[in-house]
Design a protein around this ligand. Structure first.
Ligand SMILES: [Zn+2]
Length: 278
């Protein structure tokens, strides 16, 4: 029998540049979504704390030196299929050849620089405001998807424009929270809340060395919010030492797939337990 830990699908809701500031903003929808789940304000991203490196590590389960997504993005080239650090999408589609997956992003380079060309993956890029209704429609029309990745970008833009931690920036986090509320409602309406694992996280913070930027190893840039909910998630799990890379291990484990032995990602101890199966 396959691992009874498995859920039917994983949904990753990513807010670019929100760092650990999520706890300082008003986020009622995220709070409700993660009620009974596990979360931390002390997870760590990878260095340098930039989106290519960080989303790359989240989706590939290894350090930036190993996935090199940021270099693809810089050179505007597609992520190589024959990489020795394939993304979650590639690993899942190889393990489950008929799987359906999707990546909805506001920051377009993710689609080619971080995620391989893969006919199992539906890719859509648009500004946050247009992205959210498209995600809602995708959830409604695709009952059998296995992985959905979402990246909202307005929070990071607000950080660059107004300063990380500023009032305008915290308002942008609250707007992202409301959008996550819309996506949550779609998940609930589609009957997917109980058999999904949902992760809410961010790629990096900001305001460490520069009030309007990120990329340094300062704790304000490196520390991130991370939370998940779903069948088998233990709310009292010890998330000390959690890194953004570990997200990839959580995703594969939740889907009942083995975590590659050469990954830097590790499944946090006690986060997922086997649920009873008849
Ligand atoms: Zn940025």
């Amino acid at each position: 029998m396959a691992s009874s830990m498995a859920v039917k699908r994983v949904i990753i809701l990513g807010i670019d540049g929100a760092g650990a500031f999520v706890s300082e903003a008003d986020t009622p929808y995220i709070d409700v979504l993660l009620l009974g789940g596990a979360k931390t304000n002390h997870a760590q991203t990878v260095f340098p704390s930039n989106s290519g490196e960080c989303w790359g590590s989240l989706l590939h389960g290894v350090t930036p030196e190993r996935h090199e997504s940021h270099l693809n993005i810089k050179m505007e080239q597609n992520y190589p299929i024959a990489s020795d650090a394939p993304s979650l999408f590639q690993i899942i589609s190889e393990a489950k050849p008929n799987s359906q997956m999707a990546s909805f992003v506001s920051w377009k380079p993710i689609q080619t620089g971080i995620i391989e060309e893969n006919e199992s993956v539906y890719k859509y890029a648009a500004p946050d405001e247009e992205l959210v209704p498209a995600i809602v429609a995708y959830i409604r029309n695709n009952p059998d998807f296995e992985l959905l990745f979402v990246q909202l970008d307005d929070v990071d833009a607000a950080g660059h424009q107004h300063g990380y931690g500023s009032e305008e920036y915290l308002k942008a986090i609250s707007r992202a929270d409301k959008q996550i509320g819309e996506i949550s409602k779609a998940i609930l309406n589609a009957g997917m809340l109980e058999d999904s694992l949902i992760i809410v996280t961010t790629d990096h913070g900001g305001g460490g060395l520069d009030a309007f930027n990120h990329g340094s190893d300062h704790p304000k840039d490196m520390t991130i919010f991370w939370g998940c909910r779903g069948s088998g998630v233990q709310s009292e799990a010890d998330l000390v030492g959690l890194t953004i890379m570990d997200t990839a291990a959580v995703v594969l484990s939740a889907l009942g797939l083995p975590v590659p032995g050469n990954w830097d990602a590790k499944l946090p101890n006690g986060l997922l337990v086997k649920t009873g199966q008849r």
